[in-house]
Design a protein around this ligand. Structure first.
Ligand code: NGQ
Ligand code: ZN
Length: 483
């Protein structure tokens, strides 16, 4: 089958010339590539100066002089949920501190760590984290950014200081970016005042909207998308939620809106006590939830909530390794999918930074709960890793509010070249290479190259900034952990 589609000039965004980006370099030939409809042979990818795919042709000839991928090409994974600073804290709470450690005792320690963070730490941690993400198959990230103020809880002279540090980290590493400044006002349902640990997060709805206005030009300048994140129903009272969403809509009618929801059973119980409704139920009844929304976690839903939330068009933001690490519970993936629910993955607290590992953890949680195998396979795609990759890329792109939905005309040229010479992959057919990449766990990465918007950011498994950003990260963490 020859599937050539061309993009007309009128559809092209403004040019953003690549260094040395003459036409010949803007193509890649792959013997195997994972397209939205499945695996295809002899695929020629062509993109324009803006890094947007203009042609995806299967059963093609390799043009003379074209770059040839060293292994199967898969779409880059959008990471739909990140709190970058938590990467420097990963691994540091894996010892018993209370009789019954929980999400809530972890959170107390996380707040203590967040209390010391400065703008330089934020930038160093995020730069390394985003380089790690790129090396691990993520080509874009949604940053759920809630540490806004200085250590005393006062706004920085430039209120956008910490968000700008994250934007710089994204720009340096080349990762695609959706910035979600977070609205945070209360410590619990029913207007409970924020606690000491939350002083760096809290802001009025009006100052939130001013922050969004201030960040818009910086985001536009680097091709990042700006959205907003009401932190959770625990942290945002109903009027503030309503006004913030309306204010965001006035800035950008289609901007992404992300919210943490129903991650812990205590949150469900408290919400029922406050309103008589469960959190997802409350949200669907009181907010204009649609395809712009990403319901992060949504772990604890009843049957009706699974159905209505899926049918709202919102994306379920699953963070399987963090949800396991924090003891959240298990999302019913089959139920969500049976209602046609969109979903994607995020690395959240960054206990793991690896797109394949999130898919593995998601599938394994379902196998353990259901005592079945290959739960994630679909009618169209019997290979679990293939099915999960395609769906997570779609949902991740939707949640990002960016055209990063896979190898199709009009989408960004964000892709990963698997390392066909890796012992776990060598000699296998392409779909099994992806299965081995996800399920045949190995200690070294099976990723060779990673491209974002048509630019190679990771080669031979390493990001250009690997060494320097790693040392800056270690220095920042060492300083944060001193005394
Ligand atoms: C966060 N993380 O904002 O970092 C939260 C913890 C909270 C996750 N929910 C804080 N995984 O939910 O109150
Ligand atoms: Zn989170």
């Amino acid at each position: 089958m020859n599937t050539t589609t061309a993009l007309s000039k009128a559809d092209s965004p403004r040019p953003n010339p690549l260094p040395g980006g003459e036409g010949a370099r803007q193509t890649l030939f792959a013997a195997d590539a994972l397209l939205p409809a499945g695996w295809a042979k002899n695929v020629l990818l062509t993109w324009n100066d803006a890094g947007q795919l203009t042609q995806v042709q299967s059963a093609a000839q390799s043009p003379a002089g074209a770059q040839v991928a060293t292994g199967p090409v898969i779409p880059g994974m959008p990471n739909l949920h990140s709190h970058a600073f938590q990467r420097a804290f990963a691994g540091l709470t894996e010892h018993r501190a209370e009789q019954h450690d929980s999400f809530w005792s972890w959170r107390t320690l996380m707040y203590r760590f967040a209390a010391r963070l400065g703008p330089q730490h934020m930038e160093a941690i995020a730069t390394w984290l985003y380089a790690e993400m790129l090396e691990a198959g993520y080509t874009s990230v949604c940053e759920f950014q809630y540490v806004h103020h200085d250590a005393d809880g006062r706004p920085y002279a430039d209120d956008a200081t910490l968000s700008l540090a994250l934007l710089r980290a994204a720009q340096k590493t080349g990762i695609g970016f959706t910035l979600l400044p977070v609205l945070y006002q209360t410590s619990g349902f029913g207007d409970q005042p924020p606690n000491e640990g939350q002083r760096r997060f809290v802001r009025s709805t009006e100052s939130m909207l001013r922050l969004l206005e201030a960040l818009k030009p910086a985001c536009d300048a680097q091709g990042a998308r700006l959205g907003m994140a009401p932190h959770s129903l625990r942290a945002v009272p109903p009027e503030a939620l309503r006004d913030a969403v309306a204010g965001l809509e006035a800035i950008d009618r289609t901007a992404p809106i992300h919210i943490h929801i129903a991650e812990q059973t205590k949150e469900v119980d408290d919400c029922i006590e406050w309103s008589g409704l469960r959190p997802v139920e409350w949200l669907l009844d009181h907010a204009p939830v649609d395809a712009r929304w990403c319901l992060v976690h949504a772990t604890h839903m009843n049957d009706a909530e699974y159905e209505y939330a899926a049918k709202s068009g919102a994306v379920a933001g699953l963070c399987p390794t963090t949800e396991a690490n924090l003891g959240d519970g298990i999302f019913d993936f089959s139920k969500w999918r049976s209602h046609g629910g969109a979903w994607g993955v995020g690395s959240d607290s960054h206990a793991s930074v690896n797109a394949a590992e999130e898919l593995l953890m998601l599938e394994y949680s379902q196998r353990l709960a259901k005592r079945q195998r290959n739960v994630g396979a679909s009618a169209a795609q019997p290979h679990v890793a293939t099915a999960l990759t395609l769906e997570a890329v779609q949902g991740g792109a939707q949640a990002s509010g960016r055209a990063v939905g896979g190898l199709a005309v009009g989408q960004q040229a964000d892709f990963v070249v698997l390392d066909a010479a890796h012992v776990a992959l060598q000699g296998l057919p392409a779909p099994d290479m992806l299965s081995a990449h996800v399920f045949a766990s190995h200690r070294t990465s099976a990723i060779d190259a990673v491209w974002v918007a048509g630019r190679e950011r990771v080669s031979a498994g390493r990001h250009t900034l690997h060494d320097e950003s790693a040392s800056a990260f270690v220095a920042a963490r060492t300083q944060l952990l001193k005394d």
